[in-house]
Write a protein that binds this ligand. Structure first.
Ligand SMILES: [Zn+2]
Length: 226
């Protein structure tokens, strides 16, 4: 049997640092991030059978079927068996997708999933997201944070480091919108966590209200051990 493939599934509220942590894992631990959104776009661009069906669903204003997304991700796994470290991004989104992945994991036997749950108080996240600024240049959209210790402060206040355009607060990052987003997110995440509690996957909980480098260090220590 071939060496096991480590598969990380991140959980945590928006603003808990999932994106930054994934980026650190790809930069320093040679993980590959499998983005469902990008994979969809690739399939559409190359007009694959899955791509055509996804395109059709989008064109007709329908939600892309869970089973379609699941088979797309599982096909990727089958074709990339040499990939030893994978972060799933945007998948699974629903309990049905999680179930599809679970059946595959059980059959494949060499996939070692780990749930990484970033725990953080909601008011901390509201503050963090409220401190978020986005580059107004549509082709840049770099993200900054005015929160202390975030490591994401712009060099010049109110200005993008990369393209010098003005930084703005996105409508999504205004307090009322943030609270609504968190509510929706919690409901959606709970459905997945309930599924995984039943499936008995190993889970690592990390306190996310501290500098992201420390959170990453803890994750790294854990990954070395398994
Ligand atoms: Zn910019």
């Amino acid at each position: 049997m071939s060496e096991a493939t480590s598969v990380l599934l991140f959980f945590g509220l928006p603003g808990s640092g999932k994106g930054t942590l994934s980026a650190l894992c790809t930069q320093h631990l040679s993980y590959e991030q499998l983005s469902t959104g990008n994979l969809c776009r690739e399939h559409i661009a190359k007009r694959s059978e899955i791509g055509k069906q996804i395109d059709f669903a989008i064109q007709s204003g329908k939600l892309v079927d869970d089973s379609l997304i699941t088979s797309m991700v599982l096909e990727w796994f089958t074709q990339n068996i040499a990939q030893k470290r994978v972060i799933l991004d945007g998948f699974p989104r629903t309990a049905i997708q999680a179930q599809g992945l679970d059946e595959f994991v059980k059959k494949a036997q060499n996939l070692k999933p780990l749930l990484v749950q970033l725990t953080i108080a909601e008011d901390v996240v509201v503050d963090r997201l409220g401190a978020r600024r986005t580059c107004s240049n549509r082709s840049c959209q770099a993200v900054y944070s005015l929160a202390e210790g975030s490591g994401l402060m712009p060099l010049v206040a109110g200005q993008c480091d990369t393209c010098s355009s003005a930084l703005i607060t996105r409508r999504d990052d205004e307090t009322a919108a943030i609270k609504e987003r968190l509510k929706l997110y919690r409901a959606h995440e709970q459905a997945l966590l309930d599924f995984y509690a039943g499936a008995g996957y190993p889970k690592l909980q990390l306190e996310a209200n501290r500098p992201i480098e420390q959170v990453f260090e803890d994750l790294k220590q854990h990954l070395v051990k398994i």
